[in-house]
Design a protein. Sequence first.
Length: 306
Amino acid sequence: MLQQTTVKAVAPYFAAFLARWPTVGDLAASPVEEVMKAWAGLGYYSRARNLHACAIAVARDHGGRFPADLAGLRALPGIGDYTAAAIAAIAFDIPAAVVDGNVERVVTRLETIDTPLPGAKPLIRARVATLLDPARPGDFAQATMDLGATICTPKKPACSLCPLRPFCAASAAGTQEAFPVKAPKRGGTLRRGAAFVIRRADGALLVRTRPPKGLLGGMTEIPGTDWTAEGPGREPAPPVPLVVTRLPGTVGHVFTHFPLELTVFHAVAPQGLAAPEGHRWIAEAEIEGEAFPTVFRKVIAHAFAT
DNA sequence: AAAGCGTGGGT
DNA sequence: TACCCAAGCTT
């Protein structure tokens, strides 16, 4: 859960997951749809699918206990170099080099490493491997991450409070804010689309499930057009043979790699209307617990408020 | 191996 | 406002 996500955002999800699935076996036995619902709103939804797949692998291939070695951990779904090293060091006292975004910042400043990230990662890992305390690898990992999170911050680091200041090359040169050096990234161009909020008189809502891979994979969505730079046109085709009304305003959302602008259409369906192929009706009471990513909650809120 | 993949908070 | 960043992973 903590991959690219703050502790504050994760905390309530983590508590809810542990309360609902206290053991790896419990999570492995749960339908993946329930896991997606419990993850809704947290983002990077492939993590939810990977976590579930990981639980199944641990339960089936490792007797319900995580493998106590780097290679075994690294082979599990959703566990990459960082997470494998973190589990190894913190849970199993293995002297692994734990390198997250915080540690990258601490080490590149400490040694004024100006190779751009992510290319500098192998070098940083090698340096951490020589710096870590083999007697207390878990404490070392958490200490270096917490140092980055609280003292060696991206902007205006508190060098005067830093226990590593006597050893820090960037601080000595006064260039700490120039590290880490990152490769330039390109911003995405605006995409537009249309969404159709189709309700029945009894409050039911027409939805469908997105494909398992790709953007918002496996999550529930409000039916709509593709999201393209050209946009949906003036009268996009709704999924049901009804006259739809365009609601005033738009819904905006920004993903990691592109901004999105949705126009919202609305219609009320007769009670007996069957859901089209690939779609389904959900009762009004199910909307809150459904696996909607934030962008579709915005769409629903926009439609219900208009 | 560069790009795709969410969301919320901070400056 | 418009970025930047967060206990990164997968293809």
